[in-house]
Design a protein around this ligand. Sequence first.
Ligand code: DON
Length: 305
Amino acid sequence: MKNCQNIIERIYSDLKDIKDDGKVANYIPELGTISPNNFGAHITTAKKESFGIGDYDKKFSIQSISKILSLTLAYHLEGENLWKRVDVEPSGNAFNSLQQLDDDCGIPRNPFINAGAIVICDVLVTHLENPKDDFLKFCREIANNQTLEYCKKVAASERETGYRNFALCNFIKSFGNIKNDVEDVLDFYFHICALEMSCKELSEIFLYLTEDVKITYKEKEILNKNEAKRINAIMLTCGFYDEAGEFAFKVGLPGKSGVGGGIIAVQPNEYCIAVWSPKLNKKGNSYKGMLFLEEFTTATTSSIF
Ligand code: DON
């Protein structure tokens, strides 16, 4: 990518010391212990060029970004039947909302809100012999990176305060759309949210969502082109909850955020970018991360629009 390193250096220095109106998530107490000043970004291109700035090599809790990985594995294993269990419509609601489930008879609006991700975890608990170990092996294999781990402290902290997720899982089970034990499904869900990765690792693992990169799992391509197109489409329309429109408007790429302050975005013909800054805006998305990505797609004229 032409001038990429210069561009990210300029954006980084423009944003590094701006007043950040965001707040670090502390509803999961362990997440509240992170230094709010961490700030980094990394780009990996489909041609394997690599550009990083700031804290791009530090690992952090990727939280909801892992919902792309669990969705990918569930889609790989279950095929089109998956969409009988979870819809593909933006919710326009907060990520942990219970509101629409009653009217929608326990079918979550999409796989990226907590309700949908919990149903995806249920699908994986049915398919996998040892869900936590097998999911970690899947991530390590597709990233070609054996250092990936869950942070046990974050998973435990999330379980202790996971009242809403317990409510969501039990409520969905009352409609018959959770097949396994609630404890097992949520133990798995809390662990996948507690996966730790750096911006560099994130920008590498999601290269399978770009057109020319083929990644296999157990010797089978993880997603074909059409399936990758669909995951990108759900990221574009649902990756930022009730801020998905704003992200498409300002950044113009499929993406996904996490309450650890990370965001990944994919330019399907060209690259994957990950940014990290722990302070979140009111909608739960990284305040500086959003600004960084907006400036990046503008400076590189690389949005999909
Ligand atoms: O379940 C939760 O609330 C968190 N483990 C994940 C939430 C999250 O990252 C939402 N994303 N912006």
